[in-house]
Design a protein around this ligand. Structure first.
Ligand SMILES: [Zn+2]
Length: 209
């Protein structure tokens, strides 16, 4: 099958295995389909390698985005020192162990120390890290660290509640269980601040997935 070699941004990350670099991403997906026992030439599958390539590029576009750049230009000086909280941010990611989706809600809070981040940038920040191959713990930590580095607040708290298809589809865990992870930095390590944050997360709206 002489398909042109796709010149996508993924090519530069491909070719780790000697000898495979001459194949396009789409050719490799065709190969996978046939190894799964499918006929990549049947009607329903002919365009699948192309669609998968596109969809995977979208789901991993966070590798090409720089969280520092996103936050730059969206930092404002304030003399506000109460908790800022953005909750129920929708999150979709792929687990790095199975490349299957995990998804849920992210809750972010911080107490400023002279600077705040434009509110719309927090969901963007979540997106940059979620659109990569991830483990939920690292995703949680990366969001907290990025905010800490950007505005050096008094503290940051991040909680993620997510459901993992790699567990649900393979029957490893009950289908409705969700995994909760948290990262607490600075004053969020203190019991009082942490409890206030967690109480705010649980208040109103349904914080669970
Ligand atoms: Zn997994």
């Amino acid at each position: 099958m002489a398909q042109p070699i796709a010149v996508s941004k993924h090519v530069r990350r491909a070719g780790v295995e000697e000898g495979l670099s001459e194949f396009s991403t789409q050719e490799m997906y065709r190969e996978i389909l046939s190894r799964l026992g499918e006929d990549p030439n049947r009607d329903g599958l002919q365009a699948t390698p192309g669609r998968v390539e596109k969809s995977m590029a979208f789901l991993t576009k966070g590798y090409d985005e720089d969280p520092t750049k996103i936050l730059r230009g969206a930092l404002f000086d304030v003399d506000y020192d109460e908790m800022v909280i953005v909750k129920d941010i929708e999150m979709f990611s792929l687990c790095e162990h199975h490349m299957l989706p995990f998804f849920g809600k992210v809750h972010v809070a911080y107490i400023p120390n002279g600077k705040v981040i434009g509110l719309s940038k927090i969901p963007r920040l979540v997106e940059v890290f979620a659109r990569r191959l991830q483990v939920q713990e690292r995703l949680t930590r990366q969001i907290a660290d990025a905010i800490q580095d950007a505005i050096e607040p008094q503290g940051v708290g991040v909680v993620i509640e997510a459901r993992h298809l790699c567990m649900m589809m393979r029957g490893i865990e009950k289908q409705h269980s969700s995994t909760v992870t948290s990262a607490m930095v600075g004053c969020f390590r203190q019991k009082e601040t942490r409890s206030e944050f967690l109480a705010l997360v649980r208040q109103q709206g349904n914080g669970t997935v």
